[in-house]
Ligand binder design. Structure first.
Ligand code: GLN
Length: 306
């Protein structure tokens, strides 16, 4: 096992930079289509308190679906196993915004990371809290230890204007009785959580509790039970990259979560968390350079959960 993380990050960065220019930014969300696709950063936080970074690791970006892990943790931590009556735990094998399974499976989404499942989690949060947006902000600020984390209103508004598939998904679930609140209210929260802006350094830091049996290493607070933290990691392993999850397990081999802003966060239980960001995506909505960087990371370090 090679734990010379800074040297490894520098090597990965040098080896993968020639790939910049491949892939496409998420142009179905107009505000994301404007992002410079050549940005690229990586950051690591270890449980022993060390941090490493390379490239644009301090440039905030739209975390998009990575936010689904935060909202899942908030809801799962509050209501526990009853969550699974309204959302499943199986990979979907379909695109993150696909509608096809939802009709045949009676409005119960396959898992909490496809958009439909994330909308159910957000609906839970709207039911449980009087100010869900403030709750999300406080949670992510606490985990990242950065009180400046905020929402990008332009991105949230851009998603609202073009979120036709998300509107279709939530209305279909509402027709099956699987959404409790007003659909526009839930969508508003969902679009805002996706529009959270964090950099690689802060995002890796915010995920460290999942490498630490559910305990936030920065203040000792138990965010999830040990069992719940393992389960969130298991879900990231099998569903975190949608219909790219098999490929990610095959080439990277870690629990991870992607977002169409080009970020990917991965966790090595009991050791570290790592965040990679580069906005140009492959056809599954995964950062192209990000996936390669993580593959090189597990190869060069020799670290494996298998
Ligand atoms: N906000 C995006 C959407 O709902 C999130 C998708 C993603 O990051 N995979 O389409």
């Amino acid at each position: 096992m090679n734990t010379n993380y800074q040297q490894i990050l520098d090597e990965i960065y040098a080896e993968t930079r020639p790939m910049l220019g491949q892939g496409r930014v998420a142009d179905y969300i107009p505000a994301l289509a404007k992002v410079n696709p050549r940005q690229y950063g990586i950051a690591i936080h270890t449980l022993s308190g060390e941090a490493f970074q390379v490239g644009d690791a301090r440039v905030p970006f739209s975390i998009q679906s990575i936010s689904k892990v935060f909202v899942l943790a908030m809801v799962f931590g509050r209501i526990g196993e009853t969550l699974w009556t309204r959302v499943g735990r199986e990979p979907s094998g379909n695109a993150f915004n696909s509608l096809v399974q939802l009709e045949t499976e009676n409005g119960i989404p396959r898992n909490p990371f496809i958009n439909a499942g994330a909308l159910v989690c957000t609906d839970h949060l709207v039911s449980q809290t009087s100010d869900p947006l403030l709750n999300i902000l406080s949670f992510v600020r606490m985990l990242s230890n950065n009180p400046k984390v905020g929402f990008n209103e332009e991105v949230a508004e851009s998603e609202r204007q073009t979120g036709f598939r998300n509107a279709a998904l939530i209305n279909l679930m509402k027709s099956f009785g699987n959404i409790e609140n007003d659909v526009d209210e839930v969508l508003k929260v969902y679009f805002h959580q996706c529009a959270l802006m964090l950099d690689c350094h802060d995002l890796a830091r915010a995920f460290l509790f999942l490498a630490n049996r559910g305990i936030n290493p920065w203040n000792g607070e138990q965010i999830l039970t040990t069992s719940q933290a393992k389960r969130v990691n298991a879900l990231m392993q099998v569903c975190g990259l949608y219909d790219d999850s098999g490929e990610f397990a095959f080439t990277v081999g870690l629990p991870g979560k992607s977002g169409v802003g080009g970020g990917i966060v991965a966790v090595i239980p009991n050791l570290l968390s790592i965040c990679v960001w580069s906005p140009a995506l492959n056809s599954h909505g995964t950062s192209l350079v990000g996936m390669k960087a993580l593959e090189l990371f597990t190869t060069k370090t020799g670290i494996s959960i298998f």
